[in-house]
Design a protein around this ligand. Structure first.
Ligand code: UGA
Length: 435
């Protein structure tokens, strides 16, 4: 089978490597020349555990290219993995997706199956079918949404929780079944449904997880007001399997290239269909409010930040990734700079992506170690849940700071372990060193 993957971001690259590791030969196509050159040279363009080793091991099965004619001529199966970013009005920008369809249409030379892995608005499968009606070839369109989480994307593809396919007819059912074989994934629920359902399942899943996060964050604000402890509350709630304990970690809110885009996308899709989806609006509003809520904790403690030195740990949208897209760190850094603070930022994975956002601002320094980041700081602000930060102890902060004052935007530490430092987190009582 000749498989072509279009779009070499997270989804495309992980799918490419995964299928190559199963022994399939892949044409991997992207319009970004630099990206393709890097991948051709055997270097990964994303940071995922063991990804570089896997790329080295299986690169013989992959042809990275920018030449769409080469990649699509003779293709039997085409995976569309291009990004569908958020438009200015919260809509889903499908320009890349439709450009990709145009490229496919002009380049294919035989019957093909097109597998849609990109997150696309409800109804896109149908529009894609219509688009190929005048093609001289038979084109089957299958929706196959991805559920990969950055930082464990390869693992998620190897051990997925479920496979969901949206198909149009019996032939689609056969293709879905052959995809299950192609991915060599066993013993997991496989759902074959209509394209509309499959498209909705993707938005609904991401938005539900985002809603859980906003719910716990809203409760965290209430905990602060009434003297509760959100960690205990979420642990107690999570003991009920109907609720489940995942995605109930309070903090500065969700970021990244998926949840912000997909919550807005679902709201927009609902709106377009005259359905009021205020739950989504509230999810988005709570998420946005967490940033100011966290900043206010800092502003209440320090009346002025003028010329204070602030250490920042973590600027990617979550630990274990280099991705800074829609990271909560961006507005927080901006706000602290507006208060004339000097920032010392540490995030070895993400720093190269973060630096250009603030074009080498004179009040930002990027020390190479946590120790150097902390040494002159008046206080430290933790913005993501990197394992490196989780492992730090109260004693570490005491040893490396003049005065250990911590604002933890991800509730990384247990309150009982933070007795000898000043510690502020979200939805939990603050700890004062003097107590
Ligand atoms: C998310 C979904 O988890 C994947 O299933 C989905 O396939 C993917 O989007 C996608 O659509 O491509 P991802 O964006 O990699 O994956 O990140 P998550 O691990 O879901 O985290 C999203 C954000 O929520 C992060 O900023 C994280 O710090 C935050 N979060 C997560 C919380 O604030 N609290 C939690 O309890 C969990």
């Amino acid at each position: 089978m000749n498989i072509t993957i279009i779009g070499l971001g997270y989804v495309g690259l992980v799918n490419t490597l995964f299928l190559a590791s199963k022994g399939h030969n892949i044409f991997a196509l992207d319009i970004n020349k630099n990206k393709v050159a890097t991948l051709k040279a055997g270097k990964t363009t994303i940071i995922e555990p063991h990804f570089q080793e896997l790329l080295t091991e299986y690169s013989n099965n992959i042809r990275f290219t920018t030449n769409h004619k080469d990649a699509l001529r003779n293709a039997n199966m085409i995976f569309i993995c291009v990004d569908t970013p958020q438009g200015n009005d919260g809509s889903v920008n499908t320009t890349n997706f439709y450009n990709c369809l145009a490229t496919i249409k002009e380049s294919i030379t035989n019957d093909v199956s097109i597998i849609i892995r990109s997150t696309v608005p409800v109804g896109t499968n149908k529009l894609t079918c219509d688009y190929f009606l005048d093609s001289p070839y038979k084109v089957d369109i299958i929706s196959f949404p991805e559920f990969l989480s950055q930082g464990k994307a390869f693992e998620d593809l190897t051990n997925p929780m479920r496979l969901v396919f949206g198909v149009n007819d019996q032939k689609g059912v056969q293709i879905a079944k052959s995809l299950t074989t192609l991915f060599d994934i066993k013993k997991i629920p496989v759902m074959i449904t209509t394209p509309i359902n499959a498209e909705l399942i993707k938005y609904a899943s991401n938005s539900f997880l985002a809603m859980k996060i906003s719910y716990i964050n809203n409760l965290a604000q209430l905990c602060d007001a009434v003297g509760g402890d959100i960690d205990k509350v979420s642990t107690g709630m999570g003991l009920d399997p109907r609720i489940g304990s995942s995605f109930l970690n309070a903090g500065i809110g969700y970021g990244g290239s998926c949840f912000p885009k997909d919550t807005n996308g679902l709201y927009w899709i609902a709106n377009n269909n005259s359905i009021k989806m205020d739950l989504m609006l509230s999810t988005i509003e709570v998420n946005n409010s967490q940033i100011q809520y966290f900043l206010n904790k800092i502003y209440r403690r320090f009346r002025s930040l003028n010329n204070l030195n602030i250490a920042i740990l973590g600027v990617s949208f979550k630990g274990g990734t280099e991705d800074v897209r829609n990271s909560q760190a961006i507005p927080i850094v901006k706000a602290l700079l507006e208060k004339n603070a000097n920032l010392f930022i540490y995030d070895p994975l993400a720093v190269d992506n973060f630096i250009p956002l603030f074009s080498r601002h004179i009040h930002i320094d990027y020390p190479a170690s946590i120790e150097d980041t902390l040494k002159n700081a008046d206080f430290v602000v933790i913005l993501n849940d990197s394992n490196e930060f989780k492992q730090l102890t109260a004693q570490f902060y005491i040893d490396h700071m003049k005065n250990p004052i911590i604002f933890d935007g991800r509730n990384l530490y247990r309150l009982e372990d933070m007795k000898n430092v000043e510690y502020h987190s979200i939805g939990r009582p603050s700890i004062s060193k003097r107590k």
